[in-house]
Design a protein around this ligand. Sequence first.
Ligand code: PLP
Length: 430
Amino acid sequence: MTRSETLFEEAQKFMPGGVNSPVRAFLRVGGNPLFFKKGKGAYLYDEDDREFVDYVGSWGPMILGHAHPQVISALQDAAENGLSFGAPTAIETELAKKICSIMPSIEMIRMVNSGTEATMSAIRIARGFTGRDKILKFEGCYHGHSDSLLVKAGSGALTLGEPDSLGVPKSFVENTLTLEFNNSDQVRDIFTQAGKEIAGIIVEPVAGNMSCIPPEAGFLECLREVCDGYGAVLIFDEVMTGFRVALGGAQSLFGIEPDLTTLGKIIGGGMPVGAFGGRKDIMQTVAPLGGVYQAGTLSGNPIAMTAGLATLDLIEEPGFFDTLTENTLTLMMSLQSLAEDSGVPFSTNQVGAMFGFFFSGVDQITNFSQVMNSDMVAFSAFFNSMLQQGINLAPSPFESGFVSAAHGQVEFDKTRAAASVAFGILKHGK
Ligand SMILES: *Cc1c(COP(=O)(O)O)cnc(C)c1O
């Protein structure tokens, strides 16, 4: 038995499925999850001392690679001064100010401890601000695991083959409407029918929890237009895309200003963080200024703020995203061409430093049903072959991949060599 196998057996005795978040359990791809003991740069090291080029990046936050020396040293300094005071600190304002300057649609912001908290609170604010109940979301988009958003959710819920969750009362999701991603006609229709009852739209401006799917031309514009027309709040869930697809997130890349933005992942630099922010008049409804209640014992703690600030300082450097984007695009193009050489139906998407690939003959994957129709068995075979060869991809066809600034030519060459073998196995397996 490997050490990971032994550890997994032990873990399953004390934690449901042996994990603290379901997609980590490898249900989609078979086999046992690996236990990691160390990360450095583009690499992870498992308990059996094997080295992996990592494209999961803790599901998004590690845009600088693992254990970046400047982030770690800032954290060590901060820790010396105490971990949390539950009182205001200067660094909270510093991070808030930095985020507001990078994302001008955010005039005021509140820090929380996870993306789930951020989206849950943003929805409450949209409802409180408009006095309406209905929320519109899109199939395959994941906005964390709060009750009212677990309707045909993406990512973990899909991976378990449970688009819904037990334990969510029907009445909690009654006011959640779900439409097809990238389908502007459906959006216009529902607003024509019920626009005056809709508090807001929440969307991943680049979907990242049904693999990676960019918005089609006109889709985000349509969302902006109906929200303006009906006085609804447009929420961009940029927990994944913020500081990932571009420094200013998807909103800067596509030139659409949301009313509220939710953030997480990268703004915590690997520590547990989330945030929501946006238009001042809307944010002023949040307690203690307004009547929408929201609170958190550890919110804005100096450790999380330090990790976030150190990360943002580094990714703000000119050219940072140009290189990342180019590297990610090149990687996807080379996978595409290797697949073609092997005659394996394959399709890729890429936005900034985020990517998705599909075992599908569909040229351009644009929505959830196309993802569902891709070849999951081929995905699993490819994933397992890559892992065996030291390439760590997300263990589910419903996740995005992430390239970090620590990934360079050496890592991309290793990835291509492994992919060539993996595609070869798929071809001969058929
Ligand atoms: C990861 C993610 C969340 C949830 O964030 P957690 O920190 O895991 O609660 C919400 N929305 C999107 C788009 C995400 O990618």
